[in-house]
Ligand binder design. Sequence first.
Ligand code: ADP
Length: 583
Amino acid sequence: MFEAAALALLAEAGRVLGESLDLSATFAGVARLCVSGLAEVAIFDLVDGGTRRVAVAVANPELAALADELRGYPPRDWKTHPLAAAVRAGRSVTVEVDDAMLQSVAHDQRHLTILRSLPIASMLEAPLLVRGHALGVLSLSRGQRGGWTPDDVLLAGEVARRAAVAVDNARLFEAEQRARQRAEEARQRTLRLLSVTEGLEGALEPRQVATVILQRGLVPADAAGAAVMLIEPGANMIQALAWAGYDEAVMKGPLWRIPLDLPVPIAHAARTGETVLLSNREEWASRFTITPIAASQHNSWATIPLSIAGRRIGALGVSYANERVFTTEDREILQGLASQCAQALQRAQLFSAEHAARAAAEAAVRAREEFLSIASHELRTPLTPLTLQLGVLRKNAPAELSPGIETAQRQTERLIRLVSNLLDVSRLGLGTLQLDRAPMDLWPLVQALPERFSYESRRQGCPISVEGGPLEGSWDGPRIEQVFANLVSNAVKYGSGRPVQVKLWRDGETACFSVADQGIGIAAGDQERIFGRFERAVSAQQFGGLGLGLYISREIVAAHGGRISVQSEPGKGATFVVALPLS
Ligand code: ADP
């Protein structure tokens, strides 16, 4: 071939190859260029795994049909095929062809006929080399033996080299596209799983859990339908919990509750713990005698058992519109979703159990508070007329009855205090303690204390002294009086028969009240606890009481915005201090 034509061919081949990444089209174009002067037959074979014959062109248009047919006969054994000589050598070679060679490579009689009908007497083969590696071969042939010039060999080598670059580019492009697609799929998968996890955080009820798994995890991953069915405890049945993509009438009808041993995949998975993947209808039919019920329009199915701590609780069923070969990745994703589903279901169950227990406990507490409230109210009602009657009696009765009536009055008063405390506790429990503040002076309340506790103080041998002066502010008088009385009554009760000192003073904007005794004292570990409801640091045999006085006192003081504290050492007495803001 003369030089100008060769250059033209190369230029044209370069153009065709650079034009598109569609290998079949470009190779057909280059093959056609090769048969317009350089050769009578041109063939491109590529090796990737097997051998692919991508183009065959012939110079003689009458042979075009045969050339087409020849495309269907790529070299069978690439390693030994004469056409691969160039590949093995890593450079262009020429081969003289005889009939024996044609017979040795022909797949069948038809192939041999085609080979014999084409001008294949002398071949020039050029490997498609990229980075020292042959991607295929360009085979040129002529009907006459011999006659390939060194220029022809060079030219064929050059065309093949350019073709090789085109193949390489196309493959890199394909690989890049595939990688991109895989990355995108992975991203979508991650997003889907994130959305499932996010959805599950808010799902506190089993049905919500199942719905999140189905709608966020499965349907976007091309499932056409999915359902969660749970084993009914104590029964040999499974029941539909939630579904997506299936007919409501079927799910609420025949599929609502089915026997655990019904021969369908979802019951099988729930019963045996086996994951069942069915790629098409034949696979379903070969394993299950009942035809698909909910997923009757679908063509492949997956069911995965759901277990919590090794105990099977049901199964997750998924179906797809098309037949599907389940990959390892599909399997892993389904297993992952199933275990997420099982865990979330467990959490939901625990949550509802805890919720129910808490509601029951709260109801019990409330019932007790209400009972206390009603009972103490009822107990108090007859006490008021009783005190009045005792007062009248005392005035009019003969002198010798006075001491007895006085005792009865004191006991009634004690009873009133106890019942009032109970009533207060129930009010506090129900959150209904209300203050009735008014401007007042604390000093008269303090001054009245020795007289009020004169009987107890005499009996215990604890003289009560008071110190202080007028101190005005805005408080709930009866409530504050109750606090002072509680503290003084404790000081006398636990004061071991020694003097009790009461003080009232002002410290800035705070009114301070203290009661100090020299009695049994309180261990450091009990000093906080005794302010709790029904909390006591003494035995009931030694000292009577309900353990409510300090609790109520602290609540009253706190309601006034103040605080109550104690300083004490066992055996050395106790000092309680109340600090109240003036208003
Ligand atoms: P009660 O006196 O009815 O038991 P309180 O709530 O008034 O109930 O007191 C709670 C507990 O605090 C008492 O049981 C006692 O152990 C302890 N306590 C209260 N005041 C004193 C005190 N002045 N000295 C020693 N212990 C006290």
